[in-house]
Design a protein around this ligand. Sequence first.
Ligand SMILES: [Zn+2]
Length: 235
Amino acid sequence: MFERYLRQVEVLGFEGQEKLRRAKVVVVGVGGLGSVVSLYLTAAGVGELVLVDNGYLELSNLNRQILYNEEDLGKPKALTAAEKLSKLNSEVRVRGIQADVGSEEVVDEVRSATLVIDCLDNWRSRLILDKIAWDSKKPLIHGGISEFYGQVTTIVPEVTTCLKCLLGIDEKVREEKPPQVLGPTPGVVGAIEAMEAIKYLTGRGELLINKLLVIDLKRMEFTTLKIFGRENCTC
Ligand SMILES: [Zn+2]
């Protein structure tokens, strides 16, 4: 069973690998970021993976959503992604949920999760997910991308503020049109989110807690900002 994980068990230890196997991770958004996050977490041997997305695959997704191919056009993303990932690692229980972020089904999945990962592409849905994770006292790894740029931070209830307060996002955030994205941007940012998840689940390394990693791939600059958010987070 461990042959699959031979090249990582010395880093994680058998107990680390076992922690991955016992974890349930909910990935919300299975687009550019979610493709990368879910591929690496499935390959790494997370026990249970729940994929949430209400979208159907479009041709314009294929410049960056590397989980899919032309045969998947028009298919529901969450279910198609789950089917593909099961073939990568049959030891992982992968389920797809074709639903909106705020649906009762998603709330239930988050309540029983070990970790939630934000792979969304808009702030309206992201603030809904932030609230669900916060109310359920579940850690949330946030990733966002646009053009050449990305950012990652990790929210842990009772250690950090919620995402909205940490980044000072206005409730009335204007609905932007979907960002322009070059494929490698979610590749880089998604890989960092997956690494952050593996570190959180196994207790290895340092997390982006009260830190915002800002990624500028146009200038190839990675900057880590210390952030502490609004003091009066009463969410
Ligand atoms: Zn707050």
